[in-house]
Design a protein around this ligand. Structure first.
Ligand SMILES: Nc1ncnc2c1ncn2[C@@H]1O[C@H](COP(=O)(O)OP(=O)(O)O)[C@@H](O)[C@H]1O
Ligand SMILES: O=C(O)C1=C[C@@H](OP(=O)(O)O)[C@@H](O)[C@H](O)C1
Ligand SMILES: [Mg+2]
Length: 161
């Protein structure tokens, strides 16, 4: 959460003239309510089921840039689908950066049950190895701006094309 998947993904797609979808937005559209309401009504487990369904469907699409939600890597099946069907970019940021970027934002229910900085540190410890397991590229996002990241990504993708 806060690494820049939604923001950088959208801009990257625009620059590359590709279709962009954000898994969280797809889930919200399908449910007709925002993510915090889904968590309230169905719990995290209900949200994860919907997320897994969307990842299964959207990883079948060609030429799509997909921003996942931060917890999508938790399910082994999601990791398998992302890894086998796509090119996976891990936008890396340390927990302090993630905290700064998510501070005050609404819509991230997992950060509401306690000290957000501690929660982000715990999630980072669990998730960082999972992202690294499937990442084709690990991109450091601490210093570059969003626009610089798009440039870095395009260069990386062109270099390995
Ligand atoms: N490289 C960056 N430098 C500074 N701010 C960033 C960077 N990447 C993202 N942000 C900001 O951090 C916030 C969270 O970004 P977002 O795209 O929603 O992250 P994610 O989808 O990974 O949770 C947004 O306000 C965004 O503008
Ligand atoms: O990290 C997580 O478990 C989540 C991240 C969110 O997406 P972002 O990573 O885009 O904030 C969203 O999917 C949901 O609130 C759960
Ligand atoms: Mg997002």
């Amino acid at each position: 959460m806060g690494a820049g998947k939604s923001t950088v993904g959208k801009l990257l797609a625009k620059k590359l003239d590709r279709r962009f979808l954000d898994a969280d937005h797809v889930i919200e559209e399908r449910c007709g309510v925002k993510i915090p309401i889904i968590f309230e009504m169905e719990g995290e487990a209900g949200f994860r089921k919907r997320e897994a369904q969307v990842i299964n469907e959207l990883t079948n699409e060609q030429d799509l840039i997909l921003a996942t939600g931060g917890g999508a890597v938790l399910f082994p099946e999601n990791r398998r689908l992302l890894s086998e069907r796509g090119t996976v970019i891990y936008l890396h940021a340390n927990p302090t950066e993630l905290w700064h970027r998510t501070k005050g934002s609404e819509g991230r229910p997992l950060l509401k049950n306690g000290d957000p900085k501690k929660i982000l540190e715990n999630l980072y410890t669990i998730r960082d190895p999972l992202y690294r397991e499937i990442a084709d590229y690990v991109i450091e996002t601490g210093k570059p701006s969003v626009n610089q990241l798009v440039h870095i990504l395009i260069t990386q993708l062109e270099l390995s094309a």
